[in-house]
Design a protein around this ligand. Structure first.
Ligand code: C2E
Ligand code: CA
Ligand code: CA
Length: 659
């Protein structure tokens, strides 16, 4: 008794595994849990392809039986039996036909498999009742027809249900058992032989079913895995651009069919390039993986988050079709990005910029919506990053305008639309000009002068800065070579120019060409150049310094202002940003910062320059607080090279700086 309970438990266990789609018991392939639903969908789709034909065959066989038994005394019972079978077959047939137009599901639950098993067992039980009820009373011809029909159904059922082996087995077992049992009951050696044949056929069929099932499952797994690889981003394991596009198309289909709206987010990481430079590719990859996880944690079921390539991510936010709902998602994401990422054991902050387009508000065409989300993202980046924007028609114009400006900037260097201005830097102790900062100007043929605050970021983003920066170095050194030797030249250099070693080569070449001593050159870098500080940046700064070039930290106080930069990096000068000078007199905090920076610079042997001195009061303040140098409209506006005359006279009297 205990033994039979154990055997029963074992059978149930095996049945449950087979029902789950596990074919390893038969030496078949292991089914990865993540794709089990999709494999089931493949298997069921093969079976449903033959369902209608199988139901027609059922009805046809019922008619054959009816014809064979028409003149027999069992006609009435056979009619009832045929009626039951035809009714059930018609029901299944019609159901399948009404569902035929539905798209093939991508994944199916075990419930669907169970339903197939139930259908298979109902048909099998109806057929199993045929030999049990009619065989004994039937004439020899009738018996022959019954055996033929049973064998035919066994083969047909096994063939059509083979992709779902558990359904095939539930179909084979009752019918073959009933047929075999009925035949063997007769005390007739020929029938005994027939019964034995039936058993052999059934086993052969079962073997065939298992082999076929293993093969189709293996193929389905292979197909799904290769499909998945083609739709997955290797690094983050998120859907890739192809999958995203398909996701958008599917979402639009749902919108058309059920009126279900959604929104499309485009993302861009603000500091990805800097992290990549600082930590190398492996650090960049690590950031992308963590970003993917963080974004994923902000999504809900039904959303599709994808990595489109590089540091670009996109999201289809299901049902977030109005600004209020999309804003909830966007705010959640911004909040998630306010925490630091851990790269190589160090804390790194990385902001995210987002562009959002709403469906159907912003349109019902996939390509147009993608473009709109992208254009909204572009608008966010122009406006200052680490935030989000919804698509707006003006963005389109702004974006178009900016792209046009980008194109024109490319030609500006070659078309001689750029020129340089020079702004004096004064020694506050002696009141004399000690050098000039060169500031690039763009005189646009149609728009007139464009501020470098507008076009330098564009040049940086597009890489034009390399060519533009080289031009600035060449031109400004050429101008400075004509100045008295005690005047130095300050050149602004972008973070991007620091990423290649050509900066050093260019400077070497140009200083040689115009015979300007490296000691007269000052390179101004901003803190953003230092965020990306890595071995090569520090190496480059050191090489410049060893050569005699001085390094100034520009706009101090506006960036990340890590005091670490002041301690760790080879710097000669700090330029306190003009926003602090502008408010030094009215805001005690600004005054405190100026005082602290001067104190720190003294101890670290650095020179302090106060930028943007516009009034006598500000001049008095910076002098009283021991700033070494000053720059600003009060001393002089930036001037053209040709207008620097008064400042270049060695005999020029000390500037009248307020005392
Ligand atoms: P910056 O390096 O901080 O340059 C000083 C800016 O402050 C200049 O603006 C200058 O005209 C302005 N300025 C000077 N004195 C005063 C003042 O008293 N009050 C006020 N309100 N402003 C004053 P500009 O020329 O528009 O340059 C803006 C920024 O563009 C520069 O800021 C610099 O970061 C960048 N830039 C300019 N030329 C170049 C260049 O050749 N290469 C690179 N990479 N960046 C450049
Ligand atoms: Ca500067
Ligand atoms: Ca500055």
């Amino acid at each position: 008794m205990i033994k039979s309970v154990g055997v029963l438990a074992k059978i149930t266990q095996v049945a449950a595994r087979v029902l789950h789609g596990d074919l390893t018991i038969f030496g078949g392939p292991a089914l990865p849990e993540t794709i089990a639903g999709r494999v089931r969908a493949e298997q069921i789709s093969i079976v449903t392809r033959y369902t209608c034909a199988m139901m027609v065959a059922n009805a046809f066989n019922a008619c054959v039986l009816l014809v064979a038994f028409w003149s027999s005394p069992q006609r009435g019972e056979v009619m009832i039996w045929s009626f039951i079978l035809v009714t059930f077959s018609t029901f299944v047939y019609l159901k399948r036909r009404t569902n035929a137009h539905r798209p093939k599901p991508t994944s199916l639950s075990e419930r669907t498999v169970r339903r197939a098993v139930v259908n298979a067992s109902v048909v099998s039980l109806i057929w199993a009742s045929l030999p049990l009820v009619f065989f004994e009373q039937a004439s020899n011809d009738g018996k022959l027809v019954i055996i033929c029909l049973c064998i035919g159904m066994l083969c047909g059922g096994a063939f059509t249900l083979a992709p779902v082996p558990v359904a095939a087995m539930t179909f084979l077992a009752p019918l073959s058992f009933a047929a075999g049992y009925t035949i063997v009951r007769f005390d007739n050696p020929v029938y005994l032989l027939l019964g034995a044949l039936l058993v052999v056929y059934t086993f052969a069929l079962m073997r065939g079913v298992v082999t076929f099932a293993c093969q189709t499952t293996e193929k389905a797994i292979e197909h799904i895995l290769s499909e998945e690889a083609a739709h997955t981003d290797n690094l983050t394991k998120l859907p890739n651009r192809v999958a995203f596009r398909e996701g958008i198309d599917a979402a639009f289909t749902r919108t058309r069919r059920y009126g279900e709206g959604f929104s499309v987010f485009y993302f861009d990481l603000d500091e990805f390039k800097a992290v990549n430079d600082k930590f190398g590719h492996s650090g960049g990859d690590e950031l992308l993986r963590q970003v993917a996880e963080r974004l994923q944690s902000c999504t809900r079921e039904g959303d599709i988050l994808a990595r489109l390539g590089g540091d670009e991510f996109a999201l289809i936010a299901a049902r977030a079709s109005v600004p209020e709902k999309a804003m909830v998602v966007a705010d959640r994401i911004l909040k998630a990005f306010s925490a630091a990422f851990a790269i190589d054991g160090r804390q790194v902050y990385c902001g995210v910029s987002m562009g959002i387009a709403l469906v159907p508000i912003d349109g019902t065409d996939p390509d147009a919506i993608i473009e709109k989300a992208d254009s909204a993202l572009y608008a966010t980046k122009i406006a200052g990053r680490a935030s989000y924007r919804f698509f707006a028609r003006e963005h389109d114009e702004k974006v178009r305008d900016r792209r046009l400006l980008e194109q024109q900037l490319r030609g500006a260097v070659r078309n001689q639309e750029l020129h340089l201005a020079f702004q004096p830097l004064a020694n506050l102790k002696t009141g004399r000009v000690c050098g000039f900062e060169t500031l690039v100007r763009w005189n646009h043929p149609e728009r007139g002068p464009i501020s470098p605050a507008v076009f330098i970021p564009i040049a940086e983003e597009t890489g034009i800065i390399q060519e533009l920066g080289e031009w600035v170095i060449r031109e400004s050194v050429k101008v400075a070579s004509k100045w008295p030797a005690h005047l130095h030249l300050a050149i602004n250099v972008s973070a991007i120019q620091f990423r290649t070693s050509s900066l050093l080569t260019i400077l070497h070449e140009v200083l040689n060409e115009y015979s300007v001593a490296p000691g007269r050159i000052e390179i101004e870098i901003t803190e953003s150049a230092l965020i990306a500080e890595n071995e090569s940046t520090i190496g480059l700064l050191n090489s410049l310094r060893q050569w005699g070039v001085r390094i100034a930290l520009d706009d101090f106080g506006t960036g990340y202002s890590s005091l670490r930069y002041l301690l760790d990096l080879p710097l000669d000068k700090i330029k306190i940003d003009r926003s602090f000078i502008a408010t030094a007199i009215t805001r005690p905090n600004s005054a405190a910062l100026v005082k602290a920076v001067v104190g720190l610079a003294r101890d670290l042997n650095m020179v302090v320059t106060a930028e943007g001195i516009e009034t006598e009061e500000q001049m008095a303040f910076v002098k009283a607080h021991n700033c070494d140098e000053g720059q600003g409209y009060l001393i002089s506006m930036p001037r053209l090279a040709a207008d620097l005359g008064p400042f270049l006279q060695d005999a020029e009297p000390a500037l009248k700086l307020a005392s």
